[in-house]
Design a binder for this molecule. Structure first.
Ligand code: SPD
Length: 277
């Protein structure tokens, strides 16, 4: 194990490597290759089909930003749906809201959750909570067939390849809109605007074509591709910059706060230009 590296290939001209100190698990599930490794820099990581999904060291940034932005905008989130998010990090953060009564989670790959429970107990701590109802099935099918309504829908997907492709489709976002209450909020992870502008722009345009308000926001994820990482929020009613809830209500966060919330919606000019703003 002296000189083993995990290479993440991003584009034909760009790859990143992380020094591996141990390979803990490697399997082909029904949906994807799942690898769990110890790294020198990021601690323990989970990799799906060669793409880093979570690391012990930086997962708090992604999970706090995908959850606390929409849940701070909604004045009283009670029913929340998570599509994907099998590692449990998003669920863990949603459970911090006392107003939330029920969380449905649709994860396509049962093995991601089973392995997270085994290797990432800090991420998977929410699965035992009675408010969490976890179903291992196709989130796209669920959105097309369900009649349940939600206050907030969070799409915590992997990249738009393999099992996650349909989670980036206009039809899927249309079904999300239909499953939200009249003041509901959708948030999706929408990739790197710098390296994957097509995905970022098409996600924004799809959501902007369906919701009264579409709002991209940014963070920086050290373990992902470099530069900003984006999320896109679709809102039926609320302005994301006019926080209705108590933005400091959730204590003990490591990344998100009210100022980060406001700043995240400020887009650099090259990103605004992509969106025609
Ligand atoms: N390039 C990797 C993007 C992964 C986004 N999803 C992460 C899931 C964490 N719960």
């Amino acid at each position: 194990m002296n000189d083993i590296w995990f290479y993440e290939n991003h584009t034909p001209g760009y790859e990143v490597r992380w020094k591996i100190t141990d390979i803990l698990h490697d399997e082909k599930s029904d949906f994807q290759q799942i690898t769990i490794m110890e790294t020198l820099e990021l601690g323990r990581i989970m990799v799906l089909d060669g793409a880093l999904q979570v690391s012990e060291k930086d997962e708090f940034i992604y999970h706090e930003m995908i959850v606390h932005v929409p849940l701070s905008i909604h004045p009283r989130p009670q029913d929340v749906l998570i599509i994907g998010g099998g590692d449990g990090g998003t669920l863990r953060e949603v459970l911090k809201y006392e107003t939330v009564k029920a969380i449905d989670m649709l994860e396509i790959d049962r093995r991601v959750t089973e392995l997270s429970k085994e290797y990432f107990p800090a991420l998977a701590s929410g699965f035992a909570d009675p408010r969490a109802r976890v179903t291992f099935d196709d989130g796209v099918k669920y959105m097309a067939e369900s009649s349940r309504l939600y206050d907030v829908i969070i799409v915590d997907s992997s990249d738009p390849v393999g099992p996650a492709v349909q989670l980036f489709s206009r039809e899927f976002y249309q079904n999300c809109f239909a499953r939200l209450k009249e003041d509901g909020i959708l948030v999706v992870q929408s990739e790197s605007p710098f390296f994957y502008p097509e995905t970022f722009v098409s996600t924004y345009k799809s959501i902007a074509g369906i919701f009264p308000g579409a709002y991209p926001y940014l963070t920086a994820m050290p373990g992902y591709i470099s530069g900003p990482w984006s999320f896109t929020l679709g809102s039926k009613k609320y302005d994301p910059l006019a926080l209705a809830g108590d933005r400091e209500a959730v204590k003990g966060l490591k990344y998100y706060n009210g100022k980060v919330h406001q700043a995240a919606f400020v887009l650099p000019q090259y990103i605004s230009d992509m969106l025609g703003q």
